[in-house]
Design a binder for this molecule. Structure first.
Ligand SMILES: [Zn+2]
Length: 399
């Protein structure tokens, strides 16, 4: 109490009583105003997003904000070698137009490489840990405003680490992103979590470091997820990574794996349903990113349903990448089969989306979804979220 007089003491006491009360009111008002449910309006139902890559989900406004702050006028492609032409990184409209061109050009022969190059923009404007925190904070808040009651961001910590002007560890990178996610919750009650990834074709270089960084940062009170992403899945099937992920699995780290994604129906020859089974059995995945090849194996679908494994469907991504057209996406069949399905954007900005609600509004019909499906997928997302039991209960109450 040293240095605090009686009047200060009373002011602190009053603040201690009223601030939590006001915070509770402001959180409630924030969500009530954003999430009014109309019975038959697919665009007004609260959503959850579990599969969203941090850099590909950064809004043009946040990219421009960070580029202005860091005085960046020229950005490089993701491999960091060639400047990206035709975009002003400090102008949100220029960024928006640039990504519209990326989306429109997806089906052209160089569409995929231009998409990968374009991810250099958001990655290049984050040059300090504070920038990573800001990027995560803004994205969780934007998605809360878009109707998402819980949003999980994922990314490869080493990709961000390489662009920072500070010398930091992978744990520092993970913690900066989590700080932003936590702040969104503290300030506005917007819920989120982070999943650290490594690319399967870079596992030799970064896999062990990412697993170790997750082991050092994950706690029961503040979970950090782990994911294997990237291409080509056919050359690096899930079973290859059994030993690498074993320590994370034993430590209870929540694991999701991109699996059964990168080939086309009807046989999914390059990424067969067995990849999904291996991801669950051998790597301990509680969730599967994409998992579209499951449509080719009804018996395995039953097994996945019995195990309550969540399928993170990303239909617009699968269409843009050329694996399957939207109207043939099996999300509808997965829902009918009783799987724990969630709907996700994957890489929203290059795919012309802002969030899951936007996807339902634009493509709900072609995906053969109705409002009951959307509510079910929100429930599934809450059940499968990488959060504490307390947060899960809170999200259930919000829905
Ligand atoms: Zn993904």
């Amino acid at each position: 109490m040293e240095g605090i007089n009686k009047r200060d003491f009373f002011e602190i006491a009053i603040a201690a009583c009223f601030v939590p009360f006001l915070q509770t009111c402001s959180k409630a008002a924030y969500f009530i105003s954003r999430n009014k449910i109309a019975n038959d309006d697919i665009g007004n139902i609260p959503t959850v997003e579990l599969h969203r890559h941090l850099e590909a989900g950064m809004s043009p406004e946040t990219m421009a904000l960070l580029a202005q702050k860091n005085k960046i006028s020229q950005v490089l492609t993701r491999n960091g070698k060639v400047p990206i032409e035709g975009v002003d990184p400090q102008d949100p409209d220029s960024i928006r137009n640039y990504y519209q061109r990326i989306f429109a050009g997806f089906k052209k022969p160089d569409g995929f490489s231009r998409f990968l190059d374009s991810l250099g923009l958001p990655v290049s404007v984050m040059v300090t840990l504070q920038d990573l925190e800001t990027a995560a904070y803004q994205q969780i808040l934007e998605q809360a405003r878009n109707g998402s009651i819980h949003t999980e961001l994922r990314g490869s910590p080493y990709t961000y680490q390489e662009k920072l002007i500070e010398k930091v560890t992978l744990e520092d990178v993970i913690n900066a992103i989590r700080k932003g996610i936590r702040k969104a919750y503290t300030d506005h009650g917007a819920s989120g979590a982070f999943i650290a990834c490594f690319s399967r074709n870079k596992a030799d270089k970064y896999g062990k470091d990412v697993v170790n960084a997750v082991l050092k940062t994950h706690t029961l009170e503040s979970p950090v997820g782990l994911d294997i992403a990237g291409a080509p899945e056919s050359e690096f099937p899930p079973a290859m990574f059994e030993k690498l992920l074993q320590p994370a699995r034993e430590a209870g780290v929540p694991i999701t794996i991109h699996a059964g994604e990168q080939s086309a129906p009807p046989e999914f020859k390059k990424t067969p349903p067995s990849f999904v089974k291996d991801a669950v059995e051998k790597l301990g995945a509680r969730r599967i990113g994409h998992g579209t090849s499951l449509i080719a194996d009804a018996k395995l679908r039953d097994w996945i349903r019995e195990k309550n494994i969540c399928i993170e469907c990303c239909p617009v991504s699968n269409d843009a990448m050329g694996y399957m057209p939207l109207e043939k996406h099996p999300m509808r069949e997965f829902l009918d089969a009783g799987l724990r399905v969630t709907a996700n954007t994957d890489d929203p900005i290059p795919f012309g989306l802002s969030g899951v609600r936007d996807m339902f509004v634009k493509y709900g019909k072609v995906l053969r979804l109705n409002p009951t499906d959307v509510i079910q997928m929100t429930r599934n997302g809450i059940a499968a979220a990488f959060v504490t039991p307390e947060r899960r209960l809170e999200l259930e109450r919000r829905l």
